[in-house]
Design a protein around this ligand. Structure first.
Ligand code: 6GU
Length: 241
């Protein structure tokens, strides 16, 4: 998978060099390209924002730097030249615009995104990006506004990192033990069961005896009950959507 990230804070993405994703990038499973949005701003101060038409608080990101950088990415990845008002291509890159106004990011969406050939993350700051950027690129590629949840971050950088980590670990060939993927929270619509390791007693707290019984059927039943009980307690919305 190729991942392109457009941001005014390229340093945010230095973290991709380490950890799980570092390994994936080393092995060639993921190829990342970080683009500085200011490289698309050609005035002396490399301006990327301006005051909103119609008034209001904050600044809006100007369309031209986005156009310059996103055109460069599309040319570089061999996309056909633009034909406005044409059908949106079904393949090709997918542009993800992190936004609290987007659709909710879920484990299901992460699973779908893990099959894409190329993801482009457009990290907006301030009060957002001029709407025409999304409108224009919607005719050249698939575009999705995606939100992590119902709270506000300062920009799309942290949200993009979260999505990249969630998607990256689902790319076939990524995790050492594929079983650890199917048993975790959200993969079966329930929260994960609690886990224990040695010692069997710690600060007078004992590991649930069933886990020491060697009875795999009983262990499996107990874990499923724990999943349901935990989900009922903290995320009843998952049980009764
Ligand atoms: Cl994707 N972006 C921003 N700026 N804030 C958010 C978010 C995204 N998801 C939740 N809050």
């Amino acid at each position: 998978m190729r991942i392109d990230i457009v941001t005014i804070f390229p340093e945010f993405f230095d973290i991709l060099d380490v950890s799980l994703l570092g390994k994936a990038r080393m092995s060639g499973l993921i190829e990342t390209h970080i683009h500085d949005l200011r490289d698309g701003a050609h005035d002396k101060h490399r301006t990327v924002d301006d005051t909103p038409y119609g008034g209001g608080a904050g600044m809006v990101m100007k369309p031209e730097p986005w156009g310059f950088v996103l055109d460069g990415i599309l040319n570089d990845s061999g996309s056909p030249t633009p034909v406005l008002h044409d059908e949106v291509p079904s393949g090709g890159p997918l542009l993800i615009v992190p936004s609290p106004a987007g659709e909710q990011f879920t484990q299901g969406m992460a699973r779908d995104l893990a099959h894409e050939d190329q993801l482009i993350f457009a990290c907006g700051r301030y009060e957002g990006i001029d709407q025409r950027v999304v409108d224009y690129y919607s005719s050249r590629m698939r575009v999705r506004l995606v939100s992590l949840g119902d709270y506000v971050l300062n920009g799309g950088e942290v949200a993009s990192l979260a999505m990249i980590e969630a998607v990256g670990r689902l790319i076939p060939g990524m995790v050492g033990n594929p079983e650890s993927l199917v048993e975790e929270s959200h993969e079966n619509g329930l929260l994960e069961y609690p886990s224990y390791t040695k010692p069997s007693v710690w600060r007078e707290l004992e590991v649930p005896p069933v886990l020491l019984s060697g009875n795999h059927g009983a262990i499996s039943t107990w874990r499923h009950e724990q999943q349901i009980e935990r989900t009922r307690r903290v995320r009843p919305d998952l049980l009764f959507p």
